[in-house]
Design a protein around this ligand. Structure first.
Ligand code: LLP
Length: 418
């Protein structure tokens, strides 16, 4: 975790005691460190200084407007996958010409809006989508800059749900088909080929799969060049892992220097789409212990956060560290499953965790800045958590906790008597 540390047994984010945050904003609450986000982004952008490159934060990892704005102020680009993400980026001050639009199912109205605001590039994932982008661009009278997401068929060695570069998943076009589809695009009137992209998976802890993917894409870039199709940029997607427990992923600097080395002597721009590695360790989720419940075989700590607030443990069996906000010096640690109030056995935040806790204690679920709040829901009619951002010794509420009114907004009963 970056910028989260104990001072006198009290967990701090930058210069703010997290116990004070919980007192002011309640729990569960997501807390982000501005400085941690900025430093993670600069890790990429500084390693790329002097190169024709764009670092496009993957908005899906954390789409809070304050997070996007902090990044936009540093000159970040953005990788979006929906109209909603596009509008968020624009509202947060992101520059349209630094936006790449990914995703397998772009709709005509989304394409139209993206064309009209002038995004950098569409990352196209199928032939049918190429036809659609060409049609919409024709109707708008604005040519679309395009890249194809090529599926290099490499095994990223990560969880099957977040591995995306293998043949048998829904993403991208098969590498064997790529030449034909690029040639088709080159003959179309309303698209301009500018790039080639890939995204082989998430939470990668080795450089090798990225290098494998790159080797395959560069062969394709050369083949296309031989037939007169010039690729101006290579977009390596996101995917760099972070430390949740004891993983030792490569740093962005090491990863980027390996990429740059492979590109030596080529006139090829670069795009990266990091999500997790920018925000995961810049955030925690605070939760309070409601009850301790012990039966013959298990000890449970029932906390006020649930799978609707943070679904990664339930969905991927993901491990996130859970630590006390105030360390108890007295008492022996007991092993607990930390579970939420939702009526599902799968509703857990952590299993078999040794903790010295009592009811009423506050806990911090670590590495929660990526794929945390954004994947939350209203299951069991629970309002979504508040989000706050810490900046030195200041705390800003960047999303208010959802109220019951928010949850029921837009719903109606049938007219009386019907
Ligand atoms: N670009 C594309 C096209 C993507 O599909 C993704 C993530 C990224 C960039 C950002 O990847 P990152 O740098 O964050 O690894 N919900 C899962 C992760 C799903 C990732 C989906 N795509 C989780 O909580 O682990």
């Amino acid at each position: 975790m970056d910028n989260f540390e104990y001072r006198n047994n009290q967990l701090f984010c930058e210069d703010v005691a997290l116990a004070d945050v919980a007192k002011e904003f309640g729990t569960p609450v997501y807390v982000y460190s501005r400085d941690a986000i900025e430093r993670a982004f600069l890790g990429y952008s500084q390693a790329l200084e002097g190169h024709d490159a764009l670092v496009c934060f993957a908005v899906k990892a954390n789409s809070n407007l304050a997070v996007l704005n902090v990044l936009a102020r540093l000159g970040a680009g953005f990788d979006i996958v929906s109209l909603g993400e596009l509008e968020r980026v624009l509202k947060a001050g992101g520059k349209p010409e630094k936006i790449v639009f990914s995703g397998v199912g772009k709709q005509a109205h989304e394409i139209e809006r993206a064309l009209k605001v002038g995004i950098h590039c569409f990352n196209i994932e199928s032939e049918a989508e190429l036809d659609r982008v060409n049609d919409v661009a024709g109707q708008c009278g604005i040519n679309a800059a395009i890249s194809f997401r090529v599926n290099p068929d490499v095994d990223a060695g990560t969880h099957p749900y977040i591995s995306t570069g293998l043949k048998d998943n829904k993403f991208g076009i098969a590498i064997d088909e790529a030449e034909r589809i690029y040639a088709k695009a080159a003959a179309m009137q309303h698209v301009d080929i500018v790039g080639m992209d890939c995204h082989i998976g998430s939470q990668l802890t080795e450089i090798a799969p990225f290098m494998d993917a790159m080797d395959r894409l560069l062969v394709l870039v050369d083949k296309l060049a031989a037939s007169g199709i010039v690729i101006k940029h290579l977009d390596m997607g996101g995917g760099l892992g972070v430390c949740y427990t004891d993983e030792v992923p490569p740093s962005p600097q090491d990863y980027i220097s390996a990429v740059l080395k492979k590109l030596e002597g080529r006139d090829l721009g670069l795009i990266f789409e990091p999500g997790r590695s920018i925000v995961a360790n810049a955030g925690v989720m605070l939760t309070q212990v409601e009850f301790l419940k012990c039966n013959e075989s298990k000890n449970f700590a029932i906390v006020d956060a649930a799978m609707n607030d943070l679904i990664r443990p339930a969905l991927y069996s993901a491990y996130q560290e859970i630590i006390p906000v105030s360390v108890r010096e007295e008492g022996k640690p007991v092993t607990y499953d930390l579970v939420g109030p939702i009526c599902e056995t799968g509703d857990f935040i952590g299993k078999d965790r040794a903790l010295t806790i009592e009811a009423g204690d506050l806990l911090a679920v670590c590495s929660a800045g990526a794929y945390g709040f954004v994947m939350s829901s209203n299951y069991n009619s629970r309002g979504r958590a508040a989000e706050v951002m810490v900046d030195d010794n200041n705390v800003y509420e960047v999303r208010a906790r959802e109220t019951l009114h928010d949850i029921m907004r837009g719903e109606q009963t049938l007219p009386a008597g019907n």
